[in-house]
Design a protein around this ligand. Sequence first.
Ligand code: F6R
Length: 256
Amino acid sequence: MRIVLCNSPEEAVSFTVNRIARLVARKPEAVLGLATGGTMEPVYTGLVAAHREGLSFAKATSFNLDEYVGLTPNHPQSYRYYMEQHLFGQVDMDPSRIFVPRGDLDPLEAAEAYESEIRSRGPMDLQLLGLGHNGHIGFNEPGSSLASRTRDKALTMSTREANARYFGPDETQPISALTMGIATIMDAKEILILAVGAAKAAAVRAVAEGPVTTMCPGSALQFHQNVTMVVDEDAGAGLVLKSYYREAETMHVDRD
Ligand code: F6R
């Protein structure tokens, strides 16, 4: 796993944005795996800025990681809505090549349909990931099978608490989500995982340096051949091999 330690959250975001923008510039028909959440908001702001400067997403395809079960695509708290606000509505993506799991349909059928769409259009050239405090990737919570595929996954209390801020006092917060599985994520050709802030430090260390275990679903990424984890100083604070990662970066030849 390549670990990129950045001096600030802004630097980590800009590394991530550049990586995605360079891929799309080099391969306009790229298949992108996308994430939502607070960490990704500035990433999408950066991609929208790149689009305004000439980057086209017109030939790209995207698959989002997850969607709340029970929410319609136009529900303000749905991830489809989030994506429309932060990216899809502001760039030139072709709506027929945008895929987000359907939380408002029968979960079993929607999960199967999503996997089959990924099979026919994938694999992902680049899968973007955030990281949960508990080590989740997508909504693969601790205990998830490392061989899992898209399915309806119950959210842990810690995830529900972390996301409660997005729901009003009168809104019912979903208790489960349709999420790509860990095996679905691992099929991507390249994985880029971004984590910023001290609250992610323990999870970052467990993903990069802990044992591979279902208790930290992100640790499965250790079995992938092309993963880059981008962190700011706070999120990387617990990494044991910090100085080695920094030194390795000075020798790193960027393949893009
Ligand atoms: C969202 C997703 C989640 C988030 C994670 C971090 O599509 O898959 O794994 O990336 O919960 O969320 P934030 O960035 O809000 O801390």
